[in-house]
Design a protein around this ligand. Structure first.
Ligand code: GTP
Ligand code: MG
Length: 204
């Protein structure tokens, strides 16, 4: 898919104030600093559309971006950000949960996982919860430029083993890098296929 336009639409704390649910939407979630905002920029080939930072906790709102005037990318705050206060963490959690549970045009959630680390319980528990709530998701491994192909294969295998303890089927998986564009065209193709199937009358 060719990206012809990518524009920031609105930032919210309340899902009810998000844009009308008339277009297909894909949201990015994962721990703080995993590379959500960077991946959004890589997908649309813009440097600073979504705000990135070396420090965790940069994205603090539900941010909508409209792509090719026909679908949305949504940048979400990270979960498990240790340096923020407990009250703040609970507030983020509630904001994200309400968005995920109520957003009718959310086609797929991209759960980002840093490929350098072994499977972490916070991510496994999050995906388990998505399964219970029947929120469709895929796994996106980030920062693949930082480790060797051997290490990548090893960590993917560990993830698959862990996931198969909870799941009968494995979700789709993408290995990406916002640095060298690895996996970017595959994600765009995935989105394009779902966009073609989207029928707004079915969600009203
Ligand atoms: P929060 O908004 O704080 O939750 O973080 P985030 O998940 O949006 O992460 P962000 O995109 O801001 O990236 C965090 C840091 O990781 C930045 O310093 C990025 O440059 C770096 N980074 C993100 N993706 C990649 C990648 O694929 N490769 C490399 N080498 N660095 C990356
Ligand atoms: Mg961010």
């Amino acid at each position: 898919m060719k990206i012809k336009s990518a524009e920031f639409v609105i930032s919210n704390t309340d899902y009810k104030l998000c844009p009308k649910e008339t277009h297909p939407e894909y949201a990015f979630i994962g721990r703080s600093n995993v590379g959500k905002s960077s991946l959004i920029n890589a997908l649309v080939n813009r440097k600073n559309l979504a705000k990135t930072s070396g420090k965790p906790g940069k994205t603090q709102l539900i941010n909508h971006f409209k792509i090719n005037d026909s679908w949305f990318l949504v940048d979400l705050p990270g979960y498990g950000y240790a340096s923020t206060s407990k009250t703040n963490r609970e507030m983020f959690k509630e904001m994200i949960n309400k968005y995920l549970l109520n957003r009718k045009n959310l086609i797929c959630l991209f759960v980002l996982l840093d490929i350098r680390h072994n499977p972490q319980s916070i991510d496994l528990e999050f995906m388990e919860k998505m399964g219970q709530e029947k929120i469709p998701f895929v796994m996106v491994f980030t920062k693949s430029d930082k480790i060797s192909q051997t290490q990548i294969s090893k960590n993917i295998k560990l993830y698959k083993t862990e996931m198969l303890k909870q799941w009968e089927y494995l979700p789709d998986m993408f290995i990406t890098s916002s640095e060298n564009q690895n996996g970017i065209s595959e994600i765009l193709k995935f989105i394009e296929e779902y966009n073609e199937e989207f029928n707004p009358t079915l969600i009203q």
